[in-house]
Design a binder for this molecule. Structure first.
Ligand SMILES: CC(C)(COP(=O)(O)OP(=O)(O)OC[C@H]1O[C@@H](n2cnc3c(N)ncnc32)[C@H](O)[C@@H]1OP(=O)(O)O)[C@@H](O)C(=O)NCCC(=O)NCCS
Length: 158
């Protein structure tokens, strides 16, 4: 199966499972593929993508966006950490994050930032990994069911 279709299935699974990652459920295959086609055009320009594969299926992904600002060429943002429901709690996200952090450090990025839904499991995991919370913005985005939620911001120095 083509890569776009495979990562689209991952995104659909995560959104339909209730995660707030920029889409509402149910996520159509067409919208999911359109999103990844957009990512394809920027990957390896200033966006880098890791995928985790198990039994021929893409079960996780994460993106790292390098800031292009002249005063921020030490900074990058972690985006769209996704693990399919069936493969959670097996260390997939840990491996993806480790790969992204090593790559960032090897390429001179010393400050990472990310944001996530307040109260989500992801928020607890970032705290567990030692990311520093810097605050929350109430009613920042809608979750997959369309309700507004607060967003928490984190950073990590490498
Ligand atoms: C958040 C998510 C990516 C985690 O993926 P995962 O593969 O299940 O995570 P892992 O099994 O790799 O666990 C990550 C770490 O968190 C720890 N952990 C697990 N559950 C935890 C919890 N409830 N609270 C704190 N830490 C927890 C694990 O022990 C592991 O620690 P380690 O790296 O020290 O071994 C996954 O649940 C997901 O895709 N959620 C929906 C999408 C989402 O919200 N993404 C984040 C967008 S910013």
């Amino acid at each position: 199966m083509a890569i776009i279709r495979r990562v689209a299935l991952l995104l659909q699974d995560v959104v339909d499972g209730g995660a707030s990652v920029g889409f509402h459920a149910p996520l159509s295959a067409g919208t999911a593929r359109q999103y990844w086609e957009g990512v394809r055009t920027i990957v390896e320009d200033n966006v880098f993508l890791w995928v985790a594969e198990a039994n021929g299926v893409i079960v996780g992904s994460v993106q790292l966006e390098f800031s292009r600002k002249k005063n921020a060429n030490h900074r990058a943002e972690i985006q769209k950490m996704l693990v399919s429901r069936k493969y959670r709690e097996q260390g997939v996200a840990s491996q993806l994050m480790e790969a992204a952090e090593i790559f960032a450090a090897e390429n001179g990025r010393t400050l990472l930032v990310l944001d996530t839904q307040v109260g989500s499991k992801a928020e607890s995991i970032y705290l567990h990994w030692g990311w520093i919370p810097v605050g929350q913005i109430p009613r920042y985005a809608t979750s997959s069911d369309g309700t507004l939620h607060a967003t928490a911001y984190f950073y990590k120095q490498l």
